[in-house]
Design a protein around this ligand. Structure first.
Ligand SMILES: [Mg+2]
Length: 346
């Protein structure tokens, strides 16, 4: 049995969005994943030890996604990792090139760097390579072994309306899926988490209304590509995807307090630095609820916590609870007649 949340506030908030910049919504609320990437060539590995590790271990490089205001420095970070399961070998002192996909699907070289001893490389984009307002698929390319890390960059004007969701137990069937993903990466078989029924349809509802979906998950950053692939395979719209990186990107947070801090800090940053306004938030645990309560400047009943019998709203932390599936929530959204949301994304 699902609790039907009060919806008129939702509707009035969305209508107020029409008072913002009425620029026609372009492609700033979702992004095309460009599968075709012709090998651009480039130098082989300098160090034989890197060649040996590449030949024997799986790559888990990552580039964190970033949401940028139009005047901000466009700075991107790469971390090179290898290792089955929990990666243990960092790609040191090798050349990395960052590419950006254009609207026609072609790839432009926007910078090259050499990793540090710790596997890090960094790219500061400057004219004429600055990313325009909108959504961009980026790829960091390791020419030494033709491996890669994919990321999305979102250059948003202040006032973007978005929704935020957790992934495990909210989009996947339960929170165990995160750990199964980690454990199965150790073995020879890939694990494909089950979807929570209706989750992709709810997120696609928002994308269809030009509202980007921001994914904030305590999964460690090394699972980024696994997570992108899963979202695509299950029909979720791509949006900014933030994973946990404070452990070097190889472990999830170890305490509930750290989970709450990670999510609330990320949300506060999006609200205060990038001017994002959240219309709804989705999660499955009291740590999600606590993070949303702490960080979001949003009516509390717009936080939806699913399938968490122990989650108990309090006056200090109110939220709407649901159970079983997202289908009843989708029905609520559809019955509200929500218009296409104008976004400030010229
Ligand atoms: Mg969860």
């Amino acid at each position: 049995m699902s609790h039907r949340a009060a919806v008129p506030l939702f509707f009035s908030l969305l209508l107020s969005a029409a008072l913002g910049n009425g620029a026609s919504a372009s492609d700033c609320y979702t992004v095309d994943y460009i599968d075709i990437f012709p090998d651009p060539g480039g130098p082989g590995f300098t160090w034989p030890r890197n060649s040996l590790m590449s030949a024997t271990l799986l790559p888990y490089h990552y580039v964190p996604d970033i949401v940028l205001g139009p005047g901000e420095n466009q700075y991107f970070y790469f971390h090179g990792l290898y290792g089955r399961g929990v990666p243990t070998y960092e790609l040191f002192k090798e050349s990395i090139t960052l590419y950006s996909a254009g609207s026609d699907g072609s790839w432009a070289n926007v910078g090259t760097d050499r990793t540090t001893r710790g596997g890090d490389a960094a790219f500061l984009l400057e004219a004429p390579n600055l990313l325009a307002p909108g959504a961009h698929h980026l790829k960091a390319w390791v020419s030494g072994d033709q491996t890669e890390a994919n990321a999305f960059a979102w250059v948003w004007n202040p006032g973007m309306r978005a929704v935020v969701t957790d992934i495990d137990g909210t989009c996947t069937l339960d929170d165990l899926q995160e750990y199964l993903d980690i454990i199965y990466e150790i073995g020879p078989l890939d694990y494909v988490p089950e979807e929570k029924p209706g989750a992709a349809a709810v997120m696609q509802f928002w994308a269809d209304h030009h509202v980007p979906v921001v994914y904030i998950t305590a999964r460690p950053l090394y699972l980024k590509q696994v997570t992108i692939d899963w979202l695509r395979a299950k029909g979720f719209p791509l949006g900014p995807l933030f994973l946990y990186g404070a452990s070097g990107g190889i472990l999830p947070p170890l305490t509930d307090a750290e989970r709450i801090r990670f999510k609330s800090d990320r949300l506060s940053d999006l609200e205060t630095r990038a001017g994002v306004r959240f219309l709804a938030a989705y999660g499955n645990t009291d740590t999600d609820a606590a993070a949303y309560c702490q960080a979001l400047d949003m009516p509390p009943e717009h936080a939806f916590i699913i399938d968490c019998p122990s989650c108990d709203p309090t006056p200090e932390c109110a939220f709407s609870t649901l159970s079983d599936s997202w289908w009843s929530h989708l029905q609520d959204l559809e019955e509200m007649g929500i218009p296409i949301v104008p976004q400030p994304c010229e």
